[in-house]
Ligand binder design. Structure first.
Ligand SMILES: Cc1cc2nc3c(=O)[nH]c(=O)nc-3n(C[C@H](O)[C@H](O)[C@H](O)COP(=O)(O)O)c2cc1C
Length: 192
């Protein structure tokens, strides 16, 4: 019997805030994925030096590197804060650069499962998830059914960004397990 290679899970999101709650959540999901046997990579949106998306512009080396990490993933987990009712501009600008994957084989993020986390100061975190779901479909990927909308961030994270809500920690760990389960299904299907 051939040994299964570990799945590669890429986490993407976060903000420029020092104690970014979206980054903390992503880290929790990725560390759980790692514990469950996956290889992981975190792409911090705030650390990328991507230009504003410009159709027809030559992609910079950083744009290429960013898109390649996404293209090489078996599964992804995305996290964005709710900014004025939807995802942040930082998040969306990076995603727009994935347009350079249009002519790749497979194109865009075809048949990759994506786990979604949305975080809001108020009670509408599900709006982030809904916005991201539409993006996922446009990139020919699949959202996994289990999503984590985190409302009232100040009650869930300490002022220094630590997760203090056991129920949310459990949900993030469940998201990791479900993502790996979906990742295996998609990987097995593509290997025939
Ligand atoms: C520019 C801006 C816009 C925001 N808009 C909303 C909003 O429309 N609704 C809401 O519930 N929270 C809103 N928030 C709160 C953030 O969603 C919340 O603080 C989140 O935890 C920030 O993520 P971060 O800790 O990763 O930076 C906003 C915050 C900022 C800075």
């Amino acid at each position: 019997m051939t040994e299964e290679r570990p799945l590669k899970v890429v986490g993407f999101g976060g903000t420029l805030k020092a104690s970014s709650t979206t980054l903390v959540s992503l880290r929790r999901v990725l560390s759980t994925c790692q514990r469950l046997g996956a290889d992981t990579e975190l792409v911090e949106a705030g650390s990328l030096a991507l230009p504003i998306y410009d159709w027809g512009a030559q992609p910079t080396a950083e744009v290429e590197r960013f898109a390649q990490i996404f293209h090489g993933a078996d599964a992804l987990v995305w996290a964005s804060p709710l900014y004025h009712g939807t995802i942040s501009g930082l998040f969306k600008n990076a995603i727009d650069w994935l347009e350079i994957l249009r002519e790749r084989s497979p194109p865009y993020l075809m048949d990759k499962p994506i786990g979604l986390i949305g975080i809001a100061g108020g009670g509408q975190a599900l709006q982030v998830i809904t916005s991201m779901e539409q993006i996922v479909r446009s990139l020919r990927a699949w959202t996994i059914p289990f999503v984590v909308p985190i409302n009232r961030a100040a009650d869930v994270f300490s002022s220094t960004g630590e997760l203090k809500d056991e129920r949310v920690i459990e949900q993030l760990e469940q998201l990791a397990a479900e993502l790996l389960r979906s990742g295996k299904i998609f990987s097995n299907a593509s290997s025939g």
